[in-house]
Design a protein around this ligand. Structure first.
Ligand SMILES: Cc1ncc(COP(=O)(O)O)c(C=O)c1O
Length: 402
């Protein structure tokens, strides 16, 4: 621990980074939403309610990783617990230094957060406004859009292309006054890829003044190329990464934003993150484990592909995904199937307004996907019924959804 408390040389490297910068931007009071909020809010409907959260059900609704933190991360967490009374700033610096090295960018191009939700939220607040719109795919992950709405921005949801990639040509043309163009790669909820060439096109053809945010939350699970070279080239590009997906740390919390320092500063003006030392030490241990990403990519990929083989053999329609989630067309309002499966304690994901007959399913453990198959088949064999979903709400606050 003494090492933790000593002034590390890394600290001085950060002395010009205003790590304690007070937020000077106009703050917009708004909740930071993450996948768990959207997933649980979707479940809090009259018919598909998860009665009370317990760890007993089979949760395939929030793109979580049932493998949890790796063995080395667990050990690191256990070892750091006695030091939990410390803020331990050198850990911040050491982690950012390691991350920057691994990503091949200068250390002033990265900032650590407790997940990627905060920098996603802050990016929307920083780069959109009533006169600067938010452009995204449709369907895509909703959190950035929700924050942009709070900033008073217009949202342009551009339908995905026929191959379920982002239609970047339409996206860059959507609004000459775009403030933020959000590309989720692989996309949540489809798990589909937008090629590097398409992202290059977006960067080259975006409106002047627009910033492109590439959300790479799921990139380790797929054969997609990162857009980080655009950050290295000094472009108006922000990359988001999280430890919530392949690293299995959604409940432990760690994520990064990678961008030019002037862009980072605009994001940081809305907030930095008081990091849990457990999250930082687990992220560090995970980054130092060379087997973690390939091993888990294979485990999750094999389970996903086995599920696809079963869906295909049973003539169900689904969108081939490279991620830990996929969309399946249930040919009736999606929440009907979700509600039927909830009765079996199998909680699948939500439906997006653009595709009302599709539900998103997260890839769980092989045993969980066996339970999924049994429950899904049973639900699909149940005749479609009149069904009114009455959402209770969408934001979790003080124990309730409002
Ligand atoms: C595309 C995408 N981006 C960002 C996040 C935020 O994740 P976290 O805050 O856990 O890092 C999620 C969560 O599922 C996501 O799906």
């Amino acid at each position: 621990m003494s090492q933790l408390l000593n002034d590390s040389s890394a600290c001085s490297a950060f002395s010009r980074r205003s790590f304690l910068r007070s937020a000077s931007a106009a703050l917009v009071a708004a909740p930071i939403l993450t996948e768990a909020h959207f997933a649980r809010a979707a479940s809090m409907s009259t018919a598909a309610a998860v009665p009370e959260f317990s760890m007993k059900g089979i949760y395939l609704d929030a793109n979580e990783n049932p493998l949890g933190p790796s063995e080395t991360a667990r050990k690191a967490i256990a070892n750091i617990i006695p030091n939990g009374g410390r803020y331990a700033p050198p850990l911040y610096f050491d982690l950012m230094k390691l991350y920057a090295e691994q990503m091949g960018v200068p250390v002033d191009h990265v900032m650590v957060y407790d997940g990627s939700s905060p920098p996603l939220h802050y990016s929307s607040l920083a780069f959109t406004s009533p006169s600067k719109s938010f452009v995204c795919g449709n369907p895509t992950y909703e959190a950035g859009q929700r924050a942009a709405e709070i900033a008073g921005a217009k949202v342009h949801g551009v339908p995905l292309a026929k191959d379920y990639s982002h239609d970047v040509e339409a996206m860059v043309k959507a609004d000459p006054n775009a403030g933020l163009i959000y590309i989720c790669n692989p996309n949540n909820p489809t798990g589909t890829i937008t090629s590097k060439e398409q992202i290059d096109y977006a960067v080259a053809n975006k409106p002047a003044g627009a910033v492109i945010l590439v959300d790479e939350a799921y990139i380790h699970l797929a054969d997609a190329t990162s857009a980080i070279d655009h950050v290295k080239a000094g472009k108006d590009v922000i990359i988001l990464r999280t430890f919530s997906k392949i690293y299995g740390m959604a409940g432990i919390r760690c994520g990064f934003v990678i961008a030019r320092p002037d862009l980072l500063r605009k994001i940081e003006n809305f907030g930095q993150a008081p990091m849990p030392i457990t999250g930082m030490i687990a992220a560090q241990a995970s980054l130092l484990d060379p087997d973690l990403v390939p091993t888990r990519k294979k485990i999750i990929g094999d389970t996903r592909n086995n599920t696809f083989a079963w869906l295909k053999a049973n003539n169900y329609s689904f969108i081939p995904s490279q991620s830990n989630c996929f969309m399946v067309d249930v040919k009736r309002p999606g929440p009907q199937i979700r509600a039927l499966m909830a009765k079996d304690g199998v909680y699948i994901g939500r439906t997006w307004a653009a595709w009302p007959t599709y539900v998103r399913v997260t890839v769980g453990l092989p045993s969980e996907m066996q339970a999924f198959q049994a429950s899904f088949k049973k639900a699909m064999d149940t005749p479609a019924a009149a069904f009114n979903e009455t959402p209770v709400g969408r934001i979790y606050r003080d124990g309730i959804y409002v």
